[in-house]
Write a protein that binds this ligand. Structure first.
Ligand SMILES: [Zn+2]
Length: 102
């Protein structure tokens, strides 16, 4: 029996990125899912995981549970890899304090 091994850890991310509702803001460059009311999640290693976190894992490095993915753009819905960076909880909380609400 042949084994099919076409599934990579990021195949769900690839599928997600083909969604025609994905939009890029012309002003900020943020990538987001049009009409989403909460952060989109996909299955990653069998666990529902925010898309931005899977994107960080695909483009930065494998994440550990203590890694926090920070949004340089302060848009929690965004999954543009250029807008993501890794940090820790303390840094993430400090980010929130530095941004003023719109
Ligand atoms: Zn962004």
């Amino acid at each position: 029996m042949r084994r099919t091994n076409l599934n990579t850890p990021f195949s769900n991310l690839t599928n997600f990125l083909s969604n025609p509702a994905i939009t890029q803001c012309p002003l900020t460059g943020c990538l987001y899912l049009e009409g989403a009311t909460k952060r989109p999640c996909i299955s990653f290693h069998g666990v529902s995981t925010p898309v931005y976190r899977v994107m960080a894992e695909a483009t930065i490095r494998e994440l550990c549970t203590t890694d926090v993915v920070r949004h340089k753009c302060d848009n929690g819905f965004c999954f543009n890899p250029d807008h993501l960076e890794l940090g820790n909880i303390r840094e993430n909380n400090k980010d929130r304090g530095n941004f003023s609400p719109n």
